[in-house]
Every structure is written in C-alpha cells, then in structure tokens.
Design a protein around this ligand. Structure first.
Ligand code: SF4
Length: 336
C-alpha cells in the first residue's frame, strides 16, 4: 500500500504535514475539458534538436518513476509531485478533437509530434479511453510524422494505426536490464522484459523502434548499457539514445532521494556520493550548460561507453529534426 508522500508544493503558501502515519493513497481519475491548444512546444535539453512538439492526453502517471521530470507539472495543478503525481490522474477526453482543429491550421508548421513528454501515452487508462490511439489516427490523416515514447506494451494494440502514419518511431524507455534493478526507481511500470517483447512485436510488424536509456543514474546502471543495447538489437531496434539523470526541482530531488533510501538503503549513499562528486557537491548539475549538454566527467565516460556499444551494434543515434517555422504554440519547459 502506498501512503501520501508529497514534498511541499512551491506554488502553495501552505503544505500538509501528517502527524503520525500518513493516510493511504487511492487512485483518482479526473476528467478535464481541455480549452487551450493541445500541441505544446516543449524544450528537451537532452534530445538532439532541443525543441519538440508534444501532445499529452493525460497528466500524472501511474508508472511512478521516482526520477520523472514531469512530476513538477503536477504542482502547476495544485497537486503534489510525489504520490499525487502517481495517483491523481487527469484525463483530457477532447484532445483528439482539439488536435484535429489545430492541425487544420498548423499542419504546414508541424514537422513532428511526440507522444508524449508529460506522461506515458500508454497508461493503463488508455486501454479504456483510447485517446492516444485517436490522436494517432488524426496524425495519420494529416500525415504528420510521429514519435512515441513509452514504457508500456499497450502500444502494440495500435500497430494498425502506427502503420498508417507517414513516418513513425516508437522508443521504449528502458534504463534498467532487470526487474530487480528497475523496481526501486520504476516500481509500477511493465518489467523490462515485457518492454523488449513489445519492441520485438513492433519491429517485426515493420515499425521503426528504438531504445531510450534514460536516465543513467551515476553509480547504479552504467553497467547495464551494453546489455540493454544488445537486447534492443535482438528485439529489432535500430535507434538509441541515452541521457544522464537530471533532478529538475527540489520536490523531485526530495522524492527521489527519500524513495531511494526506502527501497535500496544500502546503495543510496553510493549513488548520492557519486552524483555529488561529479556535480560540484550537489545532486544537480552546476550549470544549465552541463545539464543540457551533459559535459560532466561522469557523463563523458558514460557517453563514450554508450557510443562505443551503439556504434558496435550499428544503432542510429538521434538526428536533429527539421526546425519548424515559428508557430504560435504554447511553450512548456519540458525537460527530457
Ligand atoms: S513512465 Fe514516463 S511519464 Fe510515467 S512516471 Fe515514468 S518517466 Fe514519468
């Protein structure tokens, strides 16, 4: 059973502190009618090319990865970045309709749309709502190239729609090789083996797939990199990227550290010490440049390891997408 654990919301004047044991959490689903544009211009510092256009049909994510940068967006809604992010899920059922309306106006300026950055597009709820599926159908209609990033095999349900798209790549976020090493950081996600199986199913169907080894947690999963790339290769993936762990806000850092001490107490100190050693005494990168280009000592060593094995196995790494014409789109600081 999960209990409420939310770091204080920096946008609230007051935050709750429980006396004694905090109450258990329960899953809550909220339906929201989106009134603004649903295509968001998001900055992904680790993604070559930087700016991306993203669509998110949901907010919050039951997968509950402790490192997730999207936790901070739940604070904008007045929720917490901790268990609230994992248990209070906002659904936007009118996203496909709004997407169609927007694409009628902006299709020429839209080089590529990613599903998604602020949540996993294939949450278990998607089995029922089918909003990501409907959005993909809209993209097929307008011939917009699409990227999907997910941790869920549910994406295989949509092979028929994915095959209709003008151009598509499906990346599986897979930073850990085993269930045991994944569990402390991704407690409610499908196990790595299930993601590799889904990757193979899509690859066999003729869909371009890739692996995202993100995040690499200093002192924890660097040694998984060669094995992950090999498993991805066996599963038909042709593209790969990696990025180091970024903890974007105090709330995310606090939650990440607390969960690490709770779940892997004997390894937590080593990870924290490794990160502090290479990040000037803090868990964050010292400068935005370091954060956005990953130019720390640890990162360089890890990147060389990744590059070596990616090249050995014949992976294509990310290409810079064509820059769009300036478009009047909402901007969200979404850091991949
Ligand atoms: S699956 Fe993606 S969006 Fe969901 S918690 Fe994990 S990293 Fe965040």
């Amino acid at each position: 059973m999960r209990h409420v654990l939310n770091p204080p919301n920096p946008y609230d004047r007051y935050s709750a502190e429980y006396v004694g044991e905090p109450p258990p959490t329960k899953l809550e689903i909220f339906e929201e009618t989106a009134t603004k544009k649903v295509i968001t211009k998001a900055f992904a510092s680790d993604w070559e090319g930087g700016w991306r256009y993203t669509v998110n049909c949901y907010r919050g994510c039951v997968h509950g990865c402790t490192y997730c940068f999207a936790r901070q967006y739940h604070e904008f809604l007045g929720y917490g970045a901790g268990t609230d992010f994992e248990t209070k899920i906002v659904v936007k059922p009118n996203t496909p309709r709004l997407l169609r309306e927007e694409l009628k106006k902006t299709r020429d300026k839209m080089p590529h749309i990613d599903f998604s950055f602020a949540t996993d597009p294939y949450l278990p709820l998607e089995a029922e709502y089918q909003l990501t599926r409907q959005c993909l159908e809209v993209c097929a209609e307008f011939r917009v190239p699409v990227g999907v990033i997910t941790k869920s095999p549910l994406v295989t349900r949509d092979i028929d729609v994915l095959l209709k798209l003008a151009k598509v790549s499906v990346f599986f976020s897979l930073p850990f090789l085993t269930k045991e090493s994944s569990n402390p950081f991704e407690p409610y996600t499908p196990v790595p083996e299930a993601r590799f199986r889904a990757m193979k199913t899509l690859s066999d169907a003729g869909i371009q797939t890739g692996i995202g080894i993100a995040p690499v947690i200093p002192g924890y999963n660097e040694s998984d990199i060669p094995g992950l790339l090999e498993r991805a290769k066996e599963s038909g993936a042709t593209r790969a990227f990696m990025s180091m762990l970024h903890l974007d806000t105090d709330s995310i850092e606090n939650y990440f550290v607390e969960k690490m001490y709770e779940r892997i107490p004997t390894k937590a100190a080593k990870i924290i010490n490794t990160m502090k050693r290479e990040r000037g005494g803090t868990l964050r990168h010292r400068t935005y440049k370091e954060r956005s280009t990953g130019k720390t000592e640890q990162c360089e060593v890890t990147t060389k390891l990744f590059d070596f094995h990616a090249k050995r196995l014949g992976f294509r790494q990310h290409e810079k997408p064509a820059e769009p014409e300036p478009a009047a789109l909402p901007v969200q600081q979404s850091l991949f």
